[in-house]
Design a binder for this molecule. Sequence first.
Ligand code: FAD
Length: 490
Amino acid sequence: DRSLVWFRRDLRMTDHAALYYALSQSRQVWCVFVFDTDILAALKAEGVTQDRRIDFLLASVAELDEALRHAGGGLIVLHGSAVTQIPALAAELDVQAVYANTDYEPAAVERDAAVAQTLAKSGAQLLSYKDQVIFEKDEVLTQSAKPFSVFTPYKNAWMSKLAAADGDFFLKPYPVEKYLTALASPPGKAGHALPSHRQLGFAPSNLQELKIPTGMSGAQSLLDEFLDRIGSYGAARDFPAVKGPSYLSVHLRFGTISIRTLARAAMQAMHAGQGAAGAAVWLSELTWRDFYFMILHHHPRVTRHAFKPEYDAIQWEQGPQAEALFAAWCEGRTGYPLVDAAMAQINQSGYMHNRLRMVVASFLTKDLGIDWRWGERYFARHLNDFDLAANNGGWQWASSSGCDAQPYFRIFNPVTQSEKFDPDGKFIRRYLPQLAKLSNKRIHAPWTATPDERMDAGVVLGQNYPRPIVDHAQARERTLARYAVVKKAE
Ligand code: FAD
């Protein structure tokens, strides 16, 4: 009847599966969050000195602690290796069970197995619950009881499970608030308080300057604001200069809002009639999220390999020239304005619009011939919303090696993508002010402007803006040749 709730990527107090089960099954419940040195050390080893996600975590953990305190509990915040600290704390508090929400990433699965094993030695258990997704693992299967590998039939099956007689059950919030009396206060020991940036070994980032809202309150305010314009999501979502998407991804990543709350809001908007079409498209994006978690669960090999094995035979560019091209991509110096503006967006803010993620991923793999894993790693390092499942899925989609990917012969043209999705160059101008004076016609491909046009706009190629590092038409031919190994295998 004494238990511990281990918060990880679920930094909220409402509609929280593990917290609900712990509170409703125990007499005394403590809550803990660990700044895990196993994760932080890996960042430091890469030379990272600041990371927006650290700031996001610090702010969100502080808000969670305050909310728990307000309800009579509080958060024990540790800084160390979770694998040893969780069992040690469990022993110290003499709890019989540690409750947590299931994490599907291979490294987390391994960590949790190690924690469970240590706990078992002292007779305690690690209990884990589905919380991060609507449907997990084997809950949505094909008619022959196999996991899906194509999205549309998966989505249809996912939707019909929700539409079934017992469908409401999957969206019902966990009524945590009814059981709060079981919350226990932290023992108030030294080393249990929120660490500072310095204690964690990171300098503050620019997260605050960016005004990215954090914590449960931040998630709620973003959702409220988005619900007012969800109806236009379908039409607006592809245009990076427009406020089309919800910007909730970082909140889903850290669980400051529950996926059930979001799915319920989408369903309500769908049934309300007003904004129904936009809400249906948005719900479908949330389904993609579930889909990639399911793929990762069934095929953990995708973290290193192509989902379609024949794509592992592709010979990517290697060596100093490839590294120089990669550096130009990372730093937004490719000479293709939409690509460079997109890279400026991720580098400055840790966010990148979905259309642009597709454009830059395609550019890296199919214009520069660089292994999708290089890009995947860069995104993992820089995205605030980095999520192994969705990131790997997105990269394998763009490189055509994924389960339900773009066919390899469909190669985005970075200039036409720009003309189509940033027609007035508004997004480009925001991130590349040196091109701002080019006309709407020329801004997508400054090298096509006449010398006079460039002079009038103050653009000097090779000086204040690079010449294109590859010729798209030639790159396209090289890519088709590179991918020929796949066609042979098929
Ligand atoms: P909205 O359009 O408001 O969508 C709502 C939510 O739906 C998102 O927050 C996200 O949770 C989910 N979602 C939307 N699109 C997708 C998708 N294609 N796959 C899975 N879930 C989706 N998303 C991440 O959350 N983390 C990543 O690391 C990530 N890496 C990506 C890498 C590439 C190469 C690509 C092409 C896409 C990636 N995505 C990733 C998916 C998508 O780009 C982001 O989820 C989206 O841009 C986040 O912005 P938003 O919250 O405003 O999205």
